[in-house]
Ligand binder design. Sequence first.
Ligand code: ZN
Length: 244
Amino acid sequence: MKSTTHGERLIRLNRLGFVNCYLVREDDGFTLIDAAIGGCGKPIVQAAQTLGLPIVRIVLTHAHVDHVGALDELHELLPDVPVAITERDARFLSGDKSLDPDEPVDKLRGGYPIVKTRPTQLLHAGDHVGSLEVIATPGHTPGHASFLDRRDGTLIAGDAFQTLGGVAVSGTVKPLFPLPALATWHKASALESARKLRALAPSRLAVGHGRVLEQPLAAMDRAIAALARELKQAEPRQALSDNV
Ligand SMILES: [Zn+2]
């Protein structure tokens, strides 16, 4: 895995140029965010060892195959390390692809593999995992979560945003890297979640696909505006001018 450091606490691990997972430095060791793709288990553990700290918890942004692909490998290597995912996306890990009655009816897209590892912690909005606060960001998947490090404003947004092929909200097709958009369940929810993340005014944006952005607010604004235009849910000012 290729590793890059961003600020004092965030390390991006990249596989094949397009899959990221992250190590977040805590006082007691690393929190691993996401489990990349199959074959990454050992390289992830080795990367943490090289950096001198053990992985003490595993947290998943969502249940897609490029975020949980090495979960079983990691669990085998680190059997005592707790695994956390939202209660909603946890259902996918055991093969339950039903939607709840209050969820928008749309097609589940992307790969949702069944894994052997059972999560030990089911997350909800507002929970804390180490120093990270759980932000519910449904849209890309029904139970997608993002994680805000309140210590320095780093936001780990999973696939709620992408930066590979251009900065985009999940759902906007970027021709150079269309996979996150093609795997997105419900675009209008993804847009709402992107606005929620922008309102947190993060100082750094780390995503599942693409580079880490410093001072990302202007780029997030442009990405939100682009999807809003696509969905014809223009910002209020634009909506007004549309109606004139
Ligand atoms: Zn995804």
